[in-house]
Structure formats: structure tokens, C-alpha cells
Write a protein that binds this ligand. Structure first.
Ligand code: ADP
Ligand code: LRH
Length: 487
């Protein structure tokens, strides 16, 4: 069985990708791509999980049309969001999207029950209002207690395909409910939520076989016979697995998509008070690693501007227009919670600029430039923090994900950090997903080999830093705007 399919669903789009390893080179063929996004219904934000499942089926039908009869399959999606199931395995409610406002104030309520310092010492997870801990706390108590099973989104998709209920560990860590010491759900945090351990499933590590896709689905929809392999189901975990190896140079990564996740891979978590104060997280990675990183608001900002502008311009065009606009004219504190899910992103950006005495960005190019300048400056600032917290100087920054296509942002980032930026692969998440399947199959020995193969198989663009006049002043300007970034 040398056909491997990655199902990779981000907050903005999903795809099914076929990976083939031949003579040490990995190639990708996109079988199916579809858009994703949450919708508002009676004041709440939900994902359309049935639509996503249908897209997986459509993609697998395309695989059949492509001549694939047998394959392995791995799934990854964004983190933290969950599905409640009843005793029959049916969904109890629609899947809330993490940007839903019901978690507002929950952090404070939970902090009154257990000190945030204790939660951080236990879990090592950064404070984000949308962590599953706070989402479950906000969830109707009876409904939450009545749930037979709590699965995260990719766990649920595996369950729909194959019938096995798991909680995959890289994603489970983003619930902020896993205990670093015991390696399992923390009993004190569960009891605080009035939840029982049995409501969660078996914690499962990437690489395990989850059996085969239901025969019923195969025959009904004419699908390949897929062996389900547990991927690193948190998309960021897979994205980091897909970062090419850097020999002899210390590196950090940004997984650049809807979010910018800036960090490093570690063997041990750093959950000391300094890391907590800077709100860095220790998400569990595959193969015994931790992702020590920070969530930065990322390309969500430009996604929203583009949507509200009626999608007149592609992302590439917005980057071009931004390149033509005046640089560093207006800056925003990207991680201010006001940008998490505002009613109208364009108005919110303009208001933030006016309130801080800067010119109001008018055109799409000016708005895009404001976003990219601000992101680049924020990367510069957070990278310094990362180096201080880890005690390691970073020589090169590797940008992977859709954002690696944005040459302007990559160049601005190199200029601000004063170091080389290596951009690509853009599909690192699907590649990390496939890497786990290849390791499971035995055709690749370990993740270091997979990363070497990835580095040899895909184009990587190097950005050399160019001098920025008054860079220090710009960094200070951005710092002065910076809000406490507990999202
Ligand atoms: P996610 O997985 O979170 O949905 P992706 O990794 O697919 O996100 O990245 C999507 C983002 O990549 C888009 O929001 C866009 O900003 C950026 N992007 C994709 N293609 C291009 C391009 N050609 N030029 C500039 N930016 C791009
Ligand atoms: C990126 C991501 C990120 C999480 C957020 C919910 O897609 O998974 O790692 O913090 O979405």
C-alpha cells in the first residue's frame, strides 16, 4: 500500500492531498480543495461539520476516479473545538466555532475557582479564551454532563469514517485539560467542569492504526479501501512535522495560515512563570516533542478584510497592492482581542488606527499593508521573547503554510528580524500528516528522515534581510501600541 492521503482542514480551507514517495522524493497531488469558515446562526458561531464530512467523501470519490483502490488516510484540522455525542454516537449539538463570543468572561470565572498559575503548571497551555476548557465551562451544564463522549473535530471525523472513538493527543493538549506530569486528563480540571474521565476517549498517539473505513461508506460512495492512520490531528502539530530539517543552524518556525504560530520544537516543556507571563504555550507534539509557541492573530486579519471587500482581490493581489502602498504608515496591535472576531474587521482596524492617532487606512492596499507591517513587527517582538525564554538565539526563521506564498510579508519579516527567512513548503501541514503515515508504513524510518525528504522535495524561497530605516523606532512604535495579548 504506497498510496497515502492527507485530509487537512484549516479554518479557511480544506484539501485532500495524495502523497507519493519515490526515490527519496515526495510529490503531492491535490485531489480536492474546498473552502471552510464558520457561520453565524441566532447569534452563535458554528462550523458546518456535515459539509466537511461530505467534502471528505467527495475527495475520496475523486481518489477512486484517480485509480486509487487502497490507501492510508490521515486527518488533521484546527484545534480546540469539540463534538458532544450521545450514547448512540449521535451528535448532541452543532459544533461551536472557537471565535464564538460565549467564552467571554469564562477565563475570569474559572480563575476564581482555580488559580491560572496552577492551570499553567499542570498543563503548560497558554491562556486563550477559546481553549476547550473555557468553551466547555461556557457550555450548557446539563448538556455537557449528558454527553456520553467528547471528541475533538478530527477525532469525530475519524469516528464518522471508521467507527473508532479516540482523543488524539496533540490535539487533546490544546483543550488545556491534559496534565504534563500524568500524561492524561487532569482530574481536578475535569471535576471543576463536572466532567468524568470516561466522557473522553482513549488518548491516542500519532502513528497508530485506527482500522479501516466503514465498508458501508466504501460501497455506497465507491471509495478506496482506506486504512485510517492516526495523524498528528492538530493542524499545527502536523505543520511543524512538515518543517524541513535545518542542519547546523538554530531555527524557529512560523506556521502561517489563519493564525501565525511562532515557536520552536522542544523535548521538554517550559512552563515556568516567565513563560506564563509571556503567554507561551507547550502543545504536545508527535514523537515526544512539545511545541513551545505563541498564537499571533495571523492572516485571519487579511481574510476578513478580503471577505468584507467582496473578495474583489485574491490574496496574491492584496499582497501586490500592499507592496505598492506606503510602508509603516499605520500599525495595529495584532493580538489585541478586539481583532478576534469583530463585527467588521475593516472598521475595527480603522478605529484602532484613528484611536492611536495614526492615519486611517482607506484602500485595500493600505489595509493590507497595515496588516503585513504590523504582523512583521509583531513577529520581531515575539521572536525576541522566544529567544529570551528558551535561552537560544535563532539564526533562521522558517515560514510554512499558505502565508509562505506571501512574498511581501516574508521579506518584511526578514527585514524586521534581521535574519534569513526560509519560506515553504506551503503545504507543510499535509506533509506532516503524510510523514506520520509514511513512518507508520515503514518506508520512512523517523521524523528527521521525513523532514529531510520534505526539504529535498519542495522549493524553499530564501529572503535575505534588507535594511529598514529607523527599524528600532518602528519596533518601539509597535510596542507602544501592544495590548496585553491574552486572546
Ligand atoms: P488555514 O490552514 O489556516 O486555513 P492556510 O495555511 O491554507 O490557512 O493559509 C491560508 C492563507 O494563506 C490565506 O489566508 C492567505 O493569506 C495566504 N495565501 C495563500 N495563497 C497566497 C498567495 N498566493 N499570496 C499571498 N497569500 C496567500
Ligand atoms: C491553527 C490552529 C491553532 C489553534 C487555532 C484554534 O489552525 O489550530 O494552532 O490555536 O487554530
Amino acid at each position: 500500500m504506497n498510496k497515502h492521503i492527507a485530509v487537512d482542514i484549516g479554518a479557511s480551507s480544506g484539501r485532500l492531498v495524495l502523497g507519493t514517495l519515490r526515490d527519496g522524493i515526495l510529490t503531492l497531488e491535490e485531489l480536492h480543495r474546498f473552502s471552510n469558515g464558520f457561520t453565524e446562526h441566532e447569534g452563535s458561531c458554528f462550523w458546518d461539520i456535515d459539509y466537511l464530512f461530505d467534502q471528505i467523501i467527495t475527495g475520496l470519490q475523486k481518489a477512486t476516479a484517480h485509480g486509487i483502490t487502497e490507501c492510508t488516510l490521515g486527518i488533521d484540522t484546527w484545534a480546540v473545538d469539540y463534538v458532544l455525542l450521545d450514547a448512540e454516537g449521535n451528535r448532541i449539538q452543532e459544533v461551536y466555532a472557537y471565535r464564538d463570543c460565549r467564552t467571554e468572561g469564562m477565563m475570569e470565572e474559572v480563575a476564581a475557582l482555580i488559580p491560572p498559575e496552577t492551570v499553567y503548571a499542570k498543563t503548560g497551555i497558554q491562556q486563550l479564551t477559546f481553549n476547550t476548557l473555557y468553551q466547555l465551562y461556557a457550555h450548557d451544564r446539563n448538556e455537557r454532563a449528558a454527553a456520553e463522549q467528547i471528541l475533538l473535530v478530527p477525532d469525530y471525523l475519524y469516528y464518522r469514517l471508521g467507527g473508532r472513538k479516540i482523543n488524539e493527543v496533540t490535539n487533546a493538549s490544546t483543550t488545556q485539560l491534559l496534565n504534563l506530569q500524568t500524561g492524561d486528563f487532569d482530574s481536578e480540571l475535569l471535576s471543576l467542569l463536572h466532567l468524568r474521565r470516561e466522557q473522553f476517549a482513549v488518548l491516542t498517539a500519532p502513528g497508530e492504526s485506527l482500522g479501516y473505513i466503514r465498508e458501508q461508506l466504501v460501497s455506497r460512495y465507491d471509495l478506496p479501501r482506506c486504512q485510517l492512520i492516526c495523524a498528528a490531528t492538530h493542524d499545527t502539530a502536523s505543520a511543524v512535522l512538515g518543517v524541513p530539517v535545518q542542519k547546523g543552524r538554530s531555527s524557529a518556525y512560523i506556521s502561517s495560515g489563519t493564525w501565525s504560530l511562532l515557536g520552536v520544537e522542544l523535548d521538554q516543556p517550559i512552563n515556568n512563570p516567565l513563560a506564563m507571563a509571556a503567554n507561551y504555550t507547550n502543545e504536545w507534539g508527535a514523537f515526544g516533542t512539545y511545541r513551545f509557541l505563541k498564537n499571533i492573530m495571523g492572516l485571519w486579519l487579511i481574510q476578513e478584510v478580503r471577505r468584507l471587500d467582496g473578495e474583489r482581490y485574491s490574496f496574491a493581489e492584496l499582497a501586490r497592492l500592499a507592496g505598492e502602498a506606503e510602508g509603516f504608515r499605520s500599525l495595529i496591535p495584532c493580538n489585541d482581542p478586539r481583532f478576534l472576531n469583530p463585527d467588521h474587521m475593516i472598521e475595527e482596524i480603522r478605529a484602532a488606527c484613528v484611536e492611536s492617532g495614526q492615519p486611517e487606512p482607506q484602500t485595500p492596499g493600505q489595509l493590507a499593508r497595515c496588516i503585513f507591517d504590523s504582523l512583521a513587527l509583531s513577529y520581531g517582538s515575539y521572536l525576541q521573547e522566544l529567544e529570551a525564554l528558551t535561552g537560544t538565539a535563532v539564526e533562521v526563521l522558517q515560514i510554512v503554510g499558505g502565508g509562505a506564498n506571501n512574498g511581501l510579508l516574508c521579506q518584511l519579516t526578514a527585514n524586521v528580524i534581521g535574519r534569513e527567512v526560509l519560506a515553504g513548503p506551503t503545504e507543510s501541514t499535509a506533509l506532516g500528516n503524510l510523514a506520520v503515515q509514511l513512518i507508520h508504513e515503514g518506508s520512512v524510518a523517523h521524523i528527521a528522515e521525513a523532514r529531510e525528504i520534505i526539504g529535498n522535495s519542495f522549493p524553499i524561497v530564501s529572503y535575505t534581510p534588507q535594511p529598514v530605516p529607523e527599524l528600532q523606532h518602528l519596533l518601539e512604535r509597535w510596542e507602544a501600541l501592544r495590548a496585553p495579548d491574552v486572546l
